[in-house]
Design a protein around this ligand. Sequence first.
Ligand SMILES: Cc1ncc(COP(=O)(O)O)c(C=O)c1O
Length: 340
Amino acid sequence: MSSKDIDWSTLGFEYIKTDLRYVSIWENGKWDEGTLTEDNVVHIAEGSTAIHYGQQCFEGLKAYRCKDGSINLFRPDQNAKRMKASCDRLLMPEFPEDRFIDACKQVVAANEAYMPPYGSGGTMYLRPYLIGIGDNLGVRTAPKFMFSVFCCPVGPYFKGGLTPTNFVISEYDRAAPNGTGASKVGGNYAASLYPGKIAKDREFSDCIYLDPATHTKIEEVGAANFFGITKDDRFVTPLSPSILPSITKYSLLYLAEHRLGLKAEESDVYIDKLDEFKEAGACGTAAVISPIGGIQNGDDFHVFYSESEVGPVTKQLYDELCGIQFGDKEAPEGWIYKVK
Ligand SMILES: Cc1ncc(COP(=O)(O)O)c(C=O)c1O
């Protein structure tokens, strides 16, 4: 698809082939210099550990077109650090942070024609990934690795955007108590497909996972973190070793405290104490801030602020976060990296 065929206003969260992606290969203890390529098909050995043993990880971040025409990347250093943590957990070599950021910049600049314009509601989603490749058979770490970044213009991840949608508690777990829940690795997402389908078949946006040890506390909202605003104005988001440490979540913790003057904390969110919250939402790079209308838990359906309207605190957080990302509000030191 050529950039001129894109209707920015109807963009969803779908793959659109862009012109160039970045690829670098690790072999004999070092990464090569990396290159941009037009080829969007990955040719790898049939014995690659990424295919058989899930030795792979990925990231997700966005580029934003600003009013003045410049392009912002939001906290790519944090994605580089999280990818390093995923690599450590899966015995893969890290891709250096400065090169990670440079690769993201190169990919956005090379595909600038696909950048959604300021004000269109669209953004450019970047997908860095690192996979074990090369000839192999047994369960062991790969002899070679590939790091790549591609990008796609995207619109909202959950259909509602800022209109609340409903979620259902899953009886399945996405991660084990001491497993890989905190790493951004494909296995967690493969495990989430079936519970996600059950939720969507029931017309929910997605499912909510409880903590795998006790099934009493909220952990993740599909592929996003949970947050709630309590009736006494605290911003609360779950603290757990088995959830993905969301960069959006940590940004909102900061903004809730320093820009909105709320108390902000990571703590347990018990499923039988949802009455403490006046508003709730899902947050993430793709989800941005998606208000939660209600949560179905067995036969019980709990509504937060409203099933049809975003709550005022959630809206304030959304305006603050997006204002920073699109360059309309002053960013905390070090949050924005300019592509151009
Ligand atoms: C399982 C899961 N939780 C939370 C998030 C949100 O993380 P971030 O804000 O870094 O995008 C993601 C990714 O977007 C995710 O896949």
